[in-house]
Design a protein around this ligand. Structure first.
Ligand SMILES: *[C@@H]1O[C@H](CO)[C@@H](O)[C@H](O)[C@H]1NC(C)=O
Ligand SMILES: *[C@@H]1O[C@H](CO)[C@@H](O)[C@H](O)[C@H]1NC(C)=O
Ligand SMILES: *[C@@H]1O[C@H](CO)[C@@H](O)[C@H](O)[C@H]1NC(C)=O
Length: 263
């Protein structure tokens, strides 16, 4: 299903399409390995986790998506990792491997639901299928699910009481031009030199318009709606919004009624 949806993407440069085998070497322990025992590497000057599963997520992105999107997910991971490395609380509390994979896969949203929900489901399934058995229980996967599902609704996600959730949302939302106060300008410069922002605005526009065109029903009344209105012929959210339900038979300017939420 996912594969079919991805192949339909007009703009994707699909190569070997998710044919990645579970070439995951066994990690030493079950459960959640301590961060200090994880393998690390350095990318663009930033120390990052380097587990077989993280490598597999990187390969999946690199083999299946457009360069602008690959660079985007790398920046979100690296901006987040630079922030973790710069903050003792985050270093102690963030599940670095879970954070890496959430950032890398947060845009794999090509099934039939809201794209953030598709990506959340896809990522958790990816972990269960490819991760070491027993390492990806709900305690670790739930924050990933919610961080990805809320990444485009930062007005909610950034306020989650779960640090992992709000930090995943924050990392993804750091991908805007210009240094971020939570990590050094040097890190910022190194990261954008390795993964330039070129094409981010234009690519995002195309991707969002594409989503609004192939599954409009899950974009009405969401932040994607304006892309449908602006770019997709025949796209009409009227009648699909909560506003329409609340206002259908109301002529007064104070339309909210008790029954809007079925209460
Ligand atoms: C480190 O991160 C924690 C959790 O996000 C935050 O509350 C704290 O203010 C940060 N510390 C610094 C020095 O930025
Ligand atoms: C990293 O350390 C924190 C605190 O010990 C822990 O909550 C988190 O799960 C660790 N990450 C991993 C991958 O074990
Ligand atoms: C609006 O009125 C019509 C005709 O009376 C009715 O069929 C419809 O269910 C009403 N819609 C709402 C949302 O109350």
């Amino acid at each position: 299903m996912l594969l079919r949806a991805i192949v339909k993407m007009k703009f994707s440069s699909i190569a070997s399409a998710l044919a990645l085998t579970a070439s995951v070497a066994a990690a030493p322990k079950k459960g959640c390995p301590g961060n200090s025992t994880l393998p690390y590497t350095t990318i663009a000057g930033v120390k990052v986790v380097d587990t077989p599963l993280v490598r597999q997520a990187r390969e999946l992105m690199e083999a299946n998506f457009e360069p602008f999107l690959i660079r985007h997910v790398y920046r979100t991971w690296l901006f987040g990792a630079a922030t973790i490395n710069n903050n003792a609380t985050l270093t102690a509390k963030i599940d670095a491997e879970a954070h890496a994979i959430a950032c890398l896969l947060h845009d794999v949203g090509w099934d039939d639901k809201r794209f953030e929900v598709d990506a959340a489901i896809y990522t958790v399934n990816f972990l269960r299928k490819n991760g070491v058995e027993g390492e990806w229980k709900a305690r670790r996967t739930n924050p990933i699910w919610h961080g990805i599902a809320l990444h485009a609704t930062s007005s909610i996600g950034l306020y989650s009481e779960d640090l992992m959730v709000n930090f995943i949302v924050e990392s993804i939302n750091m991908d805007h031009p210009g240094p971020h106060p939570k990590f050094s300008v040097e890190d910022y410069d190194n990261i954008v030199a390795a993964y330039p922002m070129d094409g981010l605005g234009e690519g995002t526009n195309r991707a969002f318009a594409h989503i609004a065109s192939y599954k409009p029903e899950v974009t009405y009344d969401t932040f994607l709606e304006p892309w449908g209105v602006a770019y997709v012929e025949g796209y009409n959210p009227v009648g699909h919004r909560l506003f329409d339900r609340g206002n259908a038979n109301v002529s007064s300017p104070v339309p909210m009624r008790r029954n809007v939420h079925g209460l």
